[in-house]
Design a protein around this ligand. Structure first.
Ligand SMILES: [Zn+2]
Length: 310
């Protein structure tokens, strides 16, 4: 596959990879191929790559960008039409964690199943929320935050260097290339701020709160609804009415709709936004397939917000 082609380009690289592979094969034999048993310092797959598992595809894409052809990344949650907050892992999802050398989880109670699965393994765990000091109870949609993306990328690169110290330089180059892309998103955010700063928006779910915050927008979601949504409880009819009234009145300038968490209530909100001529930004929890990676997706969403506010 692509990995093989890229490796074939460099003979020197090929030799290093072959050396690592030989070491791992010895370790693998001694350990009877049981990934969970004591395999000493074996830090790579038989082909010299680091086995990485990510609970959600947005972080999986960052792990792939940073690891290049030295990693084999498996993302568990990739669909944009399933309940993201109550995901039930399959046994093969859990097995992917036991095989991994690096596990990237979101944290902040978004994917507690993944934290649990990772805890019982020897994998180096990167908890995205934790890298930026976010805890259970904080808004868990941390991939929308520039700050969290930066800190998570740092932690992933550190985990890769720990797993394959010989490839430090390679991982640093990958990191620099990623930084350039993230900086482009940051530049886009700064440019968009000219129109988005201070603009009141409301959201069906606090999914893009960090991005809206980076854009300097004001969360004008009515309190009752917002609190119910944050606690994953049903908003009361009065909460919904207050939100509907606010949308219809035109005081809210952008409506953010999480299409991955739609129900009868969000249908009412969509109708109200239409009635109040409030532009709507639609988005999902997991990264849609048409995007290459998290920075690509975030860049597109910044454009969507800027276009809605205009
Ligand atoms: Zn959510």
């Amino acid at each position: 596959m692509m990995m093989e082609k890229m490796r074939a380009k460099s003979n020197g690289l090929k030799r290093v990879v072959a050396g690592v592979a030989a070491l791992v094969m010895i370790g693998g034999l001694a350990a009877c191929g049981n990934a969970g048993s004591d395999s000493g310092d074996a830090s790579a797959n038989a082909d010299g790559t680091i086995e990485v598992v990510a609970s959600i595809n947005q972080w999986g894409s960052v792990a792939r960008d940073l690891g290049g052809d030295k990693v084999d990344v498996k993302s568990i949650m990739t669909a944009t039409n399933v309940e993201a907050h109550d995901y039930e892992p399959t046994s093969s999802d859990i097995a992917a964690f036991s095989k991994a050398q690096v596990a990237v989880i979101n944290g902040a109670d978004y994917d507690s199943w993944a934290s649990k699965a990772a805890d019982s393994t020897k994998a180096t765990v990167v908890d995205a929320a934790e890298t930026a000091g976010k805890k259970d109870g904080d808004n868990p949609h941390v991939w929308f935050s520039h700050d969290v993306r930066e800190k998570t990328a740092d932690a992933i690169t550190a985990a890769y260097v720990k797993a394959l110290p010989d490839q430090k330089e390679y991982f640093e180059q990958q990191h620099e290339a990623w930084e350039e892309k993230e900086q482009a998103v940051e530049d886009k955010i700064d440019a968009a701020k000219a129109t988005t700063e201070g603009v009141p928006y409301a959201a069906s779910e606090s999914v893009a709160w960090y991005l809206a915050d980076d854009l300097g927008m004001t969360d004008a979601t009515t309190d009752g609804y917002k609190n119910a949504s944050a606690n994953e409880s049903e908003p009361s009819p009065a909460d919904i009415k207050a939100f509907v009234d606010a949308l219809e009145s035109g005081s809210i300038k952008t409506f953010v709709l999480n299409t991955q968490e739609e129900d009868s209530t969000t249908k009412q909100l969509i109708a109200a936004a239409k009635k109040g001529s409030v532009p709507t930004v639609e988005l999902t929890e997991q990264m849609p397939k048409e995007y290459d990676d998290l920075t690509d997706w975030m860049g597109a969403l910044v454009d969507d917000f800027a276009a809605a506010v205009k």
